[in-house]
Design a protein around this ligand. Structure first.
Ligand code: ADP
Length: 492
């Protein structure tokens, strides 16, 4: 709206013109006047007015004609006609021609103010409506631009993207996804996700979003597709929720990780090949050192013996590390379990305890076993199980100071046989606990500096236990001790 609002009064009676000007100016309105139709139309052509107060009965050009001309000049100008008592009919006529309102002579200042106020309010409302309309159009344009931008981004993505509705029907699929799953997007309309992505586990997890079984906000799952050429994918799925938290559908992004898998396989093959090649010469060195140490090649001095013993110990460490690397590559290739049989863990544990007791005693540590009797059998590979518990007991002895105690306890928890290896040793700091099962991870403190190791033992232990569908947990307090608890499924 013009500021201040502008009104033109066209009337041949000076008293009306002056009266209107005086009354309305007081309300902050700019008021111009014209004494006949032609002068009024001239003023309208030169200046901007929002409201015209128009006398219908004037000499010269008639009020009705002026009204029609005003509508031609600018149909948005509001015209209020001024009539005498006897001319109400012509006022009605004028309103049919587009006048907004009328006021009859003689009128009071309040009547004038009220009719003008209504007119100005109507203009203000119309302008607000126009502004809102413009804003809406701009918003719609923004949404359209945003949509087209998102569409372009999704279409250009190298990763596959699928969006489903709440019935798990596909509503959007990008070219990368149609390529990965070899599907024609022409016949996709309304197809259910599981008919294109044939991975039972992933489909179950995604359906879990809809039936409220799945509390995750996102899931990540490896899947494999393709018959002739296998493609490994990592699927990242997340539910799409409304502001009220209602599930509207899901978005799944498929990342091709085939090359990573291939790299991993090549790395394992390489480690395995190198380890095999190293094992033979190292075994030969060990045997030859034994021959010299046993005096078969002639007498050796104490000094020579000491040096050779150290060389033999170092060689043994190397052989251990190679064995660990080989075990790890077997775990990673899923070939660690060679032969499963029913095992009584009590028997196996007491054998390990008696074999390691002298090592513990040498270090001034008490090693004891508290069997739970009768202990249910487990179905496992004996060599693997010997490896697991030897490793845990060996660690407990190595990381416990003289005068300490290592206790092995067997037991049952639910469907599992439970074995605890408890020590009163140096303990592990809370921040290190989540990392000790990582490959090559060793806690570095003044107390561990002189203890030899490769940091591979616990990752092998965990790998073997998980391959037997079991679980390993650790609890520890610095300076107080550590407890490793292994759970293995009872033989069905
Ligand atoms: P390492 O060959 O170094 O012993 P492991 O994988 O067996 O490798 O163990 C990883 C790390 O976990 C060790 O370096 C050690 O710091 C810590 N650790 C393992 N067992 C114990 C234990 N019983 N008490 C204290 N620390 C332990």
């Amino acid at each position: 709206m013009l500021n201040p609002p502008a009104i033109l009064v066209i009337d041949d009676e000076q008293i009306i013109r002056d009266g209107c000007q005086r009354i309305l100016s007081k309300d902050g309105i700019r008021v111009e006047t014209a004494s006949d139709g032609n002068t009024g139309l001239g003023a309208l052509n030169e200046d901007n007015f929002q409201v015209v107060l128009l006398d219908l009965k004037m000499p010269g050009v008639s009020g009705m004609e002026v009204l029609n001309r005003i509508r031609e000049i600018n149909p948005e100008i509001i015209v209020i006609v001024i009539t005498g008592y006897a001319t109400v009919e012509s006022a009605v006529e004028a309103m049919k021609e587009g006048a907004y309102d009328f006021i009859s002579k003689p009128f009071t200042p309040d009547q004038l103010r009220s009719v003008v106020k209504r007119a100005l309010e109507k203009i203000a409302l119309e302008e607000e409506a126009k502004r809102l309309r413009r804003e809406r159009e701009r918003n719609l344009q923004d949404i359209a631009n945003e949509k087209s931008r998102i569409k372009t981004i999704i279409h250009c993505m190298a990763d596959g993207v699928i969006v489903t509705d709440r019935e798990n029907k596909i509503v959007l699929i990008n070219p990368a996804a149609t390529r990965i799953f070899s599907i024609d997007d022409a016949d996709l309309n309304g197809k259910i996700l599981s008919s294109c992505v044939k991975d039972e586990k992933l489909n179950q997890l995604i359906e879990g979003f809809f039936i409220g079984e799945c509390s995750y906000s996102a899931i990540s799952q490896e899947i494999m597709v393709g018959r002739d050429k296998k493609i490994f994918l990592r699927a990242h799925a997340a539910p799409v929720k409304s502001e009220e938290g209602e599930i509207l559908g899901s978005v799944i992004v498929f990342e091709d990780i085939t090359y990573l898998k291939e790299l991993d396989r090549m790395k394992s093959d390489f480690v395995s090949m190198v380890s095999h090649e190293l094992r033979t010469p190292l075994t030969a060195v060990d045997q030859q050192l034994s021959v010299i140490l046993e005096g078969i090649t002639g007498e050796i001095s104490e000094k020579q013996k000491e040096i050779l013993c150290r060389a033999k110990a170092r060689n043994k460490e190397l052989m251990n590390m190679i064995k660990n690397l080989l075990d790890l590559s077997q775990i990673e290739s899923g070939k660690i379990i060679q032969y499963k049989e029913p095992i009584d863990l009590n028997g196996l544990l007491s054998k390990i305890v008696s074999l390691m007791r002298s090592q513990a005693l040498e270090r001034g540590i008490i090693l004891e076993f508290e069997p739970y009797d009768p202990l249910p059998l487990i179905d496992a590979d004996v060599n693997n199980m010997e490896g697991v518990f030897t490793n845990l007991v060996n660690n407990a002895i190595r990381y416990t100071l003289q005068g300490g105690r290592v206790t092995i306890k067997s037991g049952v928890k639910g469907e599992y046989v439970k074995v605890e290896v408890i020590d009163t040793g140096i303990g592990i700091a809370q921040e290190d606990l989540p990392k000790i099962f990582d490959k090559f991870y060793r806690v570095k403190t003044a107390q561990t500096r002189n203890i030899m190791g490769s940091g591979l033992g616990l990752s092998i232990v965990k790998g073997i236990i998980e391959a037997h569908l079991g679980l390993i947990e650790v609890e520890s307090e610095l300076g107080k001790g550590t407890t490793f608890t292994v759970f293995l499924p009872i033989k069905s």
